[in-house]
Design a protein around this ligand. Structure first.
Ligand code: PEP
Ligand code: CO
Length: 462
C-alpha cells in the first residue's frame, strides 16, 4: 500500500472488508446456478482474465465527478436499459456513441461546462426482476435476468442460469470497450469533424436546424482558439463506462488489487451503480461497493427515507471523499416534488458531499392500452426540469442526468418533437426491457436541459 497517497487522500481502507465479504449478507436478485462446480470453474477463469479498465482511469473519472459535485462539470450518463449479446455489433455501438457525443456537444455548448461522459454500456448485462420465476400456461421457469445470466426465450434450456455466460459477457464488454476506445482515440470525437457523428435524422428532424447552428458555432470557436494559439486545438475527450453491479460473483471476480495503488478496484467498469431494489444499507450489494475504490452510484427511489440516505453515506463514503458517491434519484414526475426535497435537505444539513443526478426514466414507466411498456417524453422532461428547480430551492445542485437511450430510430417512448403516439409504438419497438429515448428524443432532452439550466442561471448572473 502506498501510505503517502493514502494520507494525501485521507481515505481509509474499510475495516472488515474483502471482495467476498458480501457473501455474509442477504444478497437479493441472485440467480441459483444448478451446477456449483461449473460456477466455480467459470469464476476461476474470470479471475485470471485481464481487467477491462484501469485504476488510473478510475481515478481520473473520480476527479471529474468531484468537479461535477462542485458545479464545474455536468454528468451525462446514458445507454440501453440492458445490452444484449446479439446487440454487440458495430453499427449499434457507434450510433449510441454518436448520440451521446451529440448530446454532450449540446450540453457543452449550452451550459458552458465540460461534460463527464459515461456510457451505460460495456457490461450492462444484468437486470433486476420483480419475481424469481415466471409462469406461463402452467409452466414455471426462472425469470430472465439479463444475458449475463440466462436467455429470454421461455424454455427450460434458455432460462437455466449458465455461468459460462459471465465469460461471454466479459468478452463482449471488452469488444465494446475496445471499439469505443479505438473510435475515440482515432479522432471520431474530434470537434473538427462533428459530421462524423451525424445520424440520418439530422437531414430532416424538426431539431436539425438548432443542432446544426450549435455545431457551426462550436466550429467557429475552435477555429478562433486555433488562430489565437497559432496551432491546432486538440480536443481529446474521455469516455467512461458504467453498469449496474448486480451479479456479485461476476463483480467479485473482476475486483483486483493493482501494483501502484492501495486497495481494491472493480476493474470490470469505471463507475458501478446499485439499483433501487438492492440498495439496502445492510445488504450484500452495499457491502460489496463499500470496499472498492471506484466512484460509485446508488439509485434512490420514492420510498427512501432521509435517515436511510444518511446511513448509506456513512457506510459508503465515511471519509467524505470527493467524487466517491453519487445518488441517482428516480422518483417519477408526479412524485419528485414531494419526495426529493426532504432527501436533499437532510444531506445538505449534514454537510455531506454527494453528486446528485436525475434519472427521469425509471419513475415514469407505464403501460399503454395496446400492451407496450412506455414513457412519455413530457414526463421525462418534467422530471428533469423539476429536479433543477427543486435543487435550486434547497440550495443543492443537480450535477447530471442518467438516461436510457439508443442511437436507433426506435419508437419506444411517446411524445417529443415528432409527437409519437401509442400507435407509433407498434412501428419500431425493439427493447426487451425498458423503453429508451430514440436519437431524436435524446437530443431534444439535451436541449431541454440547456434551456432549463439557462433559465435558472440568468437571475444569478444579475
Ligand atoms: C435500471 O437502471 O435499469 C434500473 C433497473 O433502475 P432502478 O434500479 O432505478 O429501478
Ligand atoms: Co431500465
Amino acid at each position: 500500500m502506498n501510505s503517502s497517497e493514502r494520507n494525501l487522500r485521507a481515505v481509509n481502507l474499510p475495516a472488515d472488508w474483502a471482495p467476498d465479504s458480501w457473501r455474509a449478507r442477504p444478497a437479493l436478485q441472485m440467480p441459483t446456478y444448478p451446477d456449483p462446480a461449473g460456477l466455480e470453474q467459470a469464476l476461476a477463469e474470470l479471475r485470471r482474465l485481464p481487467p477491462l479498465v484501469t485504476s488510473w482511469e478510475i481515478f481520473s473519472l473520480k476527479k471529474q465527478l468531484a468537479e461535477a459535485q462542485e458545479g464545474k462539470r455536468f454528468l451525462l450518463q446514458g445507454g440501453d436499459c440492458a445490452e444484449s449479446f446479439s446487440d454487440c455489433e458495430s453499427g449499434l455501438i457507434s450510433n449510441r456513441l454518436k448520440v451521446l457525443l451529440q448530446m454532450s456537444l449540446v450540453l457543452v455548448h449550452g451550459m458552458h461546462l465540460p461534460v463527464v461522459r459515461v456510457g451505460r454500456f460495456a457490461g450492462q448485462y444484468a437486470k433486476p426482476r420483480s419475481a424469481d420465476s415466471e409462469t406461463r400456461d402452467g409452466i414455471t421457469l426462472p425469470s430472465y435476468r439479463g444475458d449475463l445470466v440466462n436467455q429470454p426465450e421461455f424454455t427450460e434450456a434458455a432460462r437455466v442460469p449458465d455461468p459460462r455466460r459471465m465469460i461471454k459477457a466479459h468478452a463482449r464488454s471488452a469488444m465494446t470497450m475496445n471499439f469505443v476506445r479505438a473510435l475515440i482515440d482515432g479522432g471520431f470525437a474530434d470537434l473538427h469533424h462533428p459530421e462524423y457523428w451525424n445520424l440520418s435524422w439530422v437531414g430532416y428532424s424538426p431539431l436539425a436546424n438548432e443542432y446544426q447552428q450549435m455545431v457551426s458555432s462550436l466550429g467557429d470557436a475552435v477555429r478562433f482558439m486555433e488562430t489565437l494559439a497559432g496551432s491546432e486545438v486538440h480536443n481529446r475527450i474521455d469516455f467512461y463506462t458504467s453498469h449496474e453491479a448486480l451479479l456479485l460473483p461476476y463483480e467479485e471476480a473482476l475486483t483486483r488489487e493493482v501494483p501502484r495503488h492501495w486497495g481494491w478496484f472493480n476493474l470490470s467498469t469505471h463507475y458501478p451503480w446499485i439499483g433501487m431494489r438492492t440498495a439496502a444499507v445492510d445488504g450484500a450489494h452495499v457491502e460489496y461497493l463499500r470496499g472498492v475504490r471506484n466512484p460509485i452510484a446508488i439509485k434512490v427511489g420514492p420510498s427512501v427515507h432521509p435517515d436511510q440516505l444518511l446511513r448509506l453515506i456513512d457506510v459508503l463514503n465515511p471519509d467524505d471523499e470527493p467524487g466517491r458517491l453519487t445518488f441517482i434519484h428516480r422518483m417519477g414526475a408526479a412524485q419528485i416534488a414531494d419526495r426529493l426535497p426532504p432527501l436533499l435537505e437532510a444531506v445538505r444539513r449534514d454537510g455531506r458531499r454527494v453528486l446528485w443526478v436525475c434519472d427521469p426514466m425509471h419513475g415514469n414507466t407505464e403501460s399503454t392500452s395496446n400492451g407496450y411498456k412506455t414513457r412519455r417524453f413530457d414526463n421525462v422532461r418534467s422530471e428533469v426540469e423539476q429536479s433543477f428547480d427543486l435543487h435550486a430551492s434547497v440550495g443543492t445542485r443537480l450535477g447530471g442526468v442518467h438516461l436510457e437511450l439508443t442511437g436507433e430510430d426506435v419508437t419506444e417512448c411517446t411524445g417529443g418533437a415528432r409527437e409519437l403516439t401509442d400507435v407509433d409504438l407498434e412501428r419500431a419497438y425493439r427493447s426487451t426491457v425498458d423503453p429508451r429515448l430514440n436519437y431524436e428524443q435524446s437530443l431534444e432532452i439535451a436541449m431541454c436541459i440547456v434551456r432549463k439550466q439557462n433559465q435558472l442561471a440568468v437571475p444569478t448572473l444579475r
